[in-house]
Structures are given as structure tokens and as C-alpha cells.
Design a protein around this ligand. Structure first.
Ligand SMILES: Cc1cc2nc3c(=O)[nH]c(=O)nc-3n(C[C@H](O)[C@H](O)[C@H](O)COP(=O)(O)OP(=O)(O)OC[C@H]3O[C@@H](n4cnc5c(N)ncnc54)[C@H](O)[C@@H]3O)c2cc1C
Length: 459
């Protein structure tokens, strides 16, 4: 690795891969950092070394990632895996750790393509052993080719829930049932956006997935889900019905992974339709911090194909800024493809809008898993006058653990908003500072203290 690059891309999913390829092919010195052992991000996880031999299990859409990965590898970009970016600031200095050694890399432009995370799904018992997210089970399937072998229940809502159910059933997993928590009223809200949805690629894909799952296992509507057990999950209670279970997989949609972007000082706003915070961006995905763009699902949820187009558009803007004479594709065609991909998004956002009850827990339900802070504690502290999540941190330590608020941030914001009669935008989100990912003191200490020391280390 050099100590400086024209473009640093953070994240090896479709957005990052497309951005790195586009920029490197146009001649920019480009490096891509991704914390995973291989490139692919969430949707194409393990694409370069996938243990799942039967292609039908993961579906053709997954294998479409092979071309994107090959393109990035052939583009001339430096791709560094096992590289965790823990800091990014307005001077475009990137703090990264590789194999236990920390470094600061200087960039002229940065594209943050850190993707999405699963929305918190704080229900009673969600911290029990035997309760995981659907995305975690899919990660294990894609990266290790492993399936759960006990009595497994899937619960929640959103495209990923149906996709994982289909993938697990194709692979031979036993699913006791799928409990769909999509509120029936959401269909009427979504109907407004149906015409666009019918024209989008999601319609046929989604319908086929739902039909496949309903043909192969029980699908039931559900409103209230609870995980029960003392030492581990023993039963899932769905609207009062008790189902003996060994594994409960929860999912209620994905939201932008905002931690690095917020810690870099990028402005964010509340997106009332996607019920999450999104960065404030221009038409080229440029952010409020000059020189930093945010592409992919980190810019708002739109899916893998849209993520790649956003990466291309952001990279073309970086090339045009740094090497105006370089040959780059016309961004217009990427914009048109992006528009087509985003066509069905509004329908999906409205249809899979998680119900308040599953976003705003009550009582003893744990909200902050790291610090074991309950919903009752957050609500009571808000009633006592706590205005925002950063004050809540000081009172209850929520958001101060290893996940840095990734698993509780949205819940805490929504609970404060509800208790104080304000909007999530008014309440705001945690103030985040580097390191945004845990690093050891040894890594920090390994950082060269001066330019001279750096040169000595590099030699
Ligand atoms: C668990 C999960 C599973 C999903 N599975 C699917 C699926 O099967 N099909 C589908 O259509 N959509 C899926 N999605 C939706 C997914 O968000 C998009 O489809 C698509 O992957 C978004 O692409 P992206 O490039 O924006 O980000 P991602 O694909 O999420 O890639 C971002 C990459 O950045 C890495 N990263 C994040 N922070 C750092 C850091 N600080 N340092 C270094 N690396 C970092 C991440 O580990 C990840 O590899 C999934 C989402 C989640 C959360």
C-alpha cells in the first residue's frame, strides 16, 4: 500500500467495486479497503470463493456479482481485504488497520461505500442464544455454506426475509414457519406506488420468491413476537402461540450503515419513508464534506444493482475533478439505469414499513445490547427531560459499547421522539467519533508518530 492515493474507496460491495473499477480504469491511483476476507459486500458475500456449489441455492442474482468482482480485480485498483477503516476526517486522512497494524492513508478523494445494516429488531428475548438476524444466517450460508440444523423459525418482514427463506429451503434446511409481520394496512399505503413497482424488476422477483416459500413451508401473519428461554431460546411466542424452537431468525429491513459517514462529519437527515438517517448528498453523491462521496446503500436503501450505479456516478465525478482530461463513461447512462432500479423502491419502503410496536419496544426489553439498557430505562430518562441520544449516552451509557450504536441508535432516537412528542429528525442521532470500529491500543500505538517515523516504518 502506498501512503497516499487519488481515490480511497471504503467498502467492497457492489458500490465500492463499481467505483474502484471506474476510477482505476480512468487512471486514478485507487485503493479499495474492505474489512472482510473477500470482496462482494453483503449481496455478493464470498463471491470469489463461495463454498455453495449448487448455483440455484443462492440464485442467479447472487452470481451476477462474479463479473463485478472480476472487473474490479482487472481494473488496476489496489484491493485490500481484512482492512478495517476506523477513521476518516475532513482532511481526507483515512485510518485503516490491516493484520493488526494501523496506518493513515492520505486521499485526494474518498468514496464511502460501507453499505447497509439490518434494522434493530428489539423484541423480548432477542439477546438470547439461539436468536440471530436473518442477515447473519445468510452470511454464514454464503461465506461458509452452513445451514442451521435445529427447529428454525423466521420472523419479520422485507425482501431479505423472503430471499433467505427461499435460499435456506432450496439448500434443504427445515423451516418450521415464516411469520410475516408486515401490517396488512401497509398494502393500502403502498398501493399508491404500485404502477411503478409493476414496471420494476422487483415485482416478478418478489412474487416468485413469495410463491416459492409459501409452497414449501408455513407462512403466517404475525403482530407480536417474543423469544422465550432462560439459558437459551426454548420457544418463540407469536401472538400468544408457543412454538418450540432452537433458532429464531429476525429481520425487518435494512438501513444505511452511517457510522463512518457521521464520524467524518457528513450531514445526515431523517428519511421519513425509509425510517432512518441518510446522508445529505448532491446529484453525484457528493457529501457536505468536500472530497467525500457516499455511494451504495449507505446513501439510502435501493439494493445491489442501484448501489453499483451509484458507485459509478460517484467515481466519474471524482475522475472529472482530479483528471478532467481522463476518459470516463458518460454518467447519464448510469443515471438512467439507476432510475430504473429505483422505480420500485417507494412501494417496497411503504409495504415493508415496520410497525411502531416492533420499532419502539417497551418495558424490560433490551434496547442497547452492549450496555444492557432497557426500553423502560430509555423511556423513563426521556420523560425526566433527556432531550437526545447523546445526553442519553451520558445518563445510561447506551451506544457506548463495541457496536457504537449500530444496534440501538435508531431505537433510542425513536423512543426519545415518542416520549418527548418530537420527530426523529429533531431528536437526532448519536454523535460518533473515531475509532468507529474497535481497534486495539497496540494498533493505535503502531501508528507512526511523525512523518520521519512513517518513512522509517515504510522502508
Ligand atoms: C446482512 C445483509 C445481507 C444482505 N443480503 C442481500 C442479498 O442477498 N441480496 C440483495 O439483493 N441485497 C442484500 N442486502 C442488501 C444490500 O444492502 C444491498 O443489496 C447491497 O449489498 C448494497 O451494496 P453496497 O455496496 O452499498 O454495500 P455492501 O454490499 O453492504 O458492502 C459494504 C461493504 O463495506 C464493508 N465495510 C463497512 N464498514 C467498513 C469499514 N469501516 N471498513 C472496511 N470495510 C467496511 C462491509 O463489510 C461490506 O463488505 C443485504 C443487506 C444486509 C445488511
Amino acid at each position: 500500500m502506498n501512503e497516499s492515493y487519488d481515490l480511497v474507496v471504503i467498502g467492497g460491495g457492489p458500490a465500492g467495486l463499481a467505483a474502484a473499477s471506474t476510477a482505476a480504469r480512468a487512471g486514478l491511483a485507487t485503493v479499495l479497503f474492505d474489512e472482510n476476507p473477500g470482496i462482494g459486500g453483503q449481496i455478493y458475500r464470498g463471491i470469489t470463493a463461495n463454498p455453495v456449489r449448487n448455483r440455484a441455492i443462492l440464485g442467479e442474482e447472487y452470481w451476477a456479482g462474479t463479473a463485478l468482482a472480476a472487473e474490479a480485480k482487472a481494473s488496476g485498483a489496489t484491493i485490500v481485504n481484512g482492512a478495517t477503516v476506523w477513521s476518516l476526517d475532513a482532511s481526507l486522512a483515512v485510518g485503516v488497520s490491516v493484520a493488526g497494524r494501523a496506518r493513515t492513508i492520505q486521499a485526494r478523494r474518498v468514496i464511502v461505500a460501507t453499505g447497509a445494516l439490518e434494522r434493530p429488531f428489539a423484541i423480548p428475548g432477542w439477546t438470547l442464544p439461539g436468536v440471530m438476524t436473518a442477515g447473519a444466517a445468510q452470511t454464514v450460508l454464503k461465506a461458509q455454506g452452513l445451514l442451521p440444523n435445529g427447529r428454525t423459525v423466521l420472523a419479520g418482514s422485507g425482501p431479505l426475509l423472503w430471499l433467505l427463506a427461499a435460499q435456506m429451503l432450496r439448500a434443504g434446511a427445515r423451516l418450521e414457519a415464516v411469520f410475516d409481520t408486515t401490517p396488512p394496512l401497509n398494502w393500502s399505503r403502498a398501493a399508491l406506488y404500485l404502477p411503478d413497482f409493476l414496471l420494476s424488476p422487483y415485482f416478478k422477483k418478489g412474487l416468485a420468491l413469495m410463491r416459492e416459500v409459501k409452497r414449501r413451508t408455513k407462512v403466517r401473519a404475525a403482530r407480536h413476537i417474543e423469544a422465550v428461554g432462560t439459558d437459551k431460546l426454548r420457544e418463540v411466542v407469536v401472538d400468544g402461540r408457543r412454538i418450540p424452537s432452537d433458532l429464531l431468525l429476525l429481520h425487518q429491513g435494512v438501513v444505511p450503515n452511517v457510522n463512518l459517514a457521521i464520524a467524518a462529519g457528513i450531514d445526515h437527515r431523517w428519511d421519513a419513508r425509509q425510517l432512518c438517517f441518510v446522508p445529505v448528498l448532491d446529484a453525484d453523491f457528493g457529501s457536505s464534506v468536500p472530497g467525500i462521496a457516499v455511494a451504495g446503500d449507505g446513501a439510502g436503501i435501493a439494493g445491489g444493482t442501484a448501489a453499483a450505479e451509484r458507485g459509478r456516478i460517484a467515481a466519474i465525478a471524482a475522475v472529472r475533478a482530479l483528471a478532467p482530461d481522463a476518459a470516463v463513461p458518460d454518467p447519464q447512462s448510469a443515471r438512467q439505469r439507476l432510475q430504473r432500479e429505483e422505480l420500485g423502491r417507494a412501494f417496497l419502503d411503504e409495504l415493508y414499513r415496520p410497525p411502531k410496536a416492533l420499532r419502539r419496544p417497551e418495558g424490560g426489553t433490551i434496547v442497547c445490547r452492549c450496555e444492557e439498557v432497557t426500553a423502560a430505562e430509555v423511556r423513563k430518562t426521556a420523560q425526566m427531560g433527556c432531550e437526545g441520544p447523546n445526553q442519553m449516552k451520558a445518563f445510561l451509557r447506551c451506544g457506548m459499547g463495541p457496536c457504537q450504536g449500530r444496534l440501538c441508535g435508531l431505537t433510542v432516537t425513536e423512543l426519545i421522539a415518542e416520549e418527548r412528542g418530537r420527530t426523529p429528525d429533531e431528536v437526532g442521532y448519536y454523535r460518533l467519533r473515531p475509532p468507529v470500529k474497535p481497534i486495539t491500543l497496540g494498533e493505535l500505538a503502531s501508528l507512526p508518530a511523525s512523518e520521519a517515523e512513517r518513512r522509517a516504518v515504510e522502508r
